[in-house]
Design a protein around this ligand. Sequence first.
Ligand SMILES: *Cc1c(COP(=O)(O)O)cnc(C)c1O
Length: 458
Amino acid sequence: MSDPTKIRFELSENDIPHQWYNINADNPVPPAPVFDPATKQPISVDTLLQLFPMPLIEQEATTERYVPIPDKVRDAYKLYRPTPLIRAARLEKELGTPAHIYFKYEGASPAGSHKLNSAIPQAYFNRISGTKALTTETGAGQWGSALAMAGQMFDISVEVYMVNSSYLAKPYRRIIMQTYGAQIFPSPSAHTKIGQSYLEKDPNHPGSLGIAISEAVEVAAESGGQKKYGLGSVLNHVLLHQTVIGEEAIKQMDLAGEYPDVVIGCVGGGSNFSGIAFPFLRHNLKDGKHTRFLAVEPTSTPSLTRGVYGFDYGDSAGIVPILKMYTLGSDFVPDPIHAGGLRYHGMSPIVSSLYNQGLIEAVAVGQRDVFSAAIQFARAEGILPAPESSHAIRAAINEAIDAREKGEKRVILFNLSGHGFLDLSAYDQYLHNGMIDGSVSNGQLSSLAERLPQVSLP
Ligand SMILES: *Cc1c(COP(=O)(O)O)cnc(C)c1O
């Protein structure tokens, strides 16, 4: 039975998971092949090795159900894990709902979000493989901050291509990354051939995650093996690392004496949603549980709800591997909404596959609705959420209201993927300066399927 007076469900260091969970072992549909963008043939390990170290390539392809977490990675996780699970009892009261609302607070990480959960193992596996430097992209700056910090821990230098609109709107993120010792370039930058080609078209180009990825990959691919590339989401190994969130949450829901009816996360590339959802989804797939899983995306980058399912480039220039995913097209440049971390044209292949099979649900929400939920949450619970995470909060509040209308006791669990202390200008805009919703015209999505690259399926 749940104790209505208990609010925080804390674990100890010993409860940090010893292994990551790989849902590809239980996914009814096997993963689609990954294609080389140059040849349109299935990609070779040698090509992948230009970008990633061998242990991460192995994790990308593994079919083992569990992958051990190295001691040095667990030791680094001890800086902030286990993260708290908190019951949003004040929010429940304000909503007058019979629902119970729980959230896992990944904003407790020193870099401010869940991204450190993958940055640490990526830096570690690069370190033991002899990598000297990592290149990467960042949207809102969360991934760049996390990789900058992890690089510092494992003595690897870090070079970050930051989406220009975020670089201008979020100067404090750049300062954090520089404090952790990373080098930052606004993207598109004059530092790469791809960046130069975009700057020629528009010297004030707002940038996109797809373009920033192209730049970071170009630098790694042309470094003669010195530099590798780190991606903060989308790929299987990143989702794998994030499952520490859900493994801890299972133990904490147990302490609360409850089990979720619905698990919610925002989705950009899909990693924090997968992190909280997959360990519970394992119970649906193997143990006959019937939990619902809800992925929440912005109306301005609605890859799951309005994109097509097919093979597409992971970046804008078409130089990173081609993945089977829900996509808005690799040339898609979204409106510059505040949730910079959700402005990606595609979606993780695993999340895409699960959605295509109907094993998870998706919904798109508008920016103004998201900020009204963020403010309602902050006033009730005190924590100021990241704009990205607030998409999950919007959906959790909608679930709680729906439960109230139906008179149902529903147990809702959502992932609070990061704090919003560096997003105050976005809150200011909502409160004082008339925030507008982002949108996507039908024209932007016309003949999408025909525009995707043609791969030779085996
Ligand atoms: C990057 C980021 C996201 C989106 O990325 P996912 O891979 O979909 O999790 C969500 N929330 C925060 C706080 C982020 O930094």
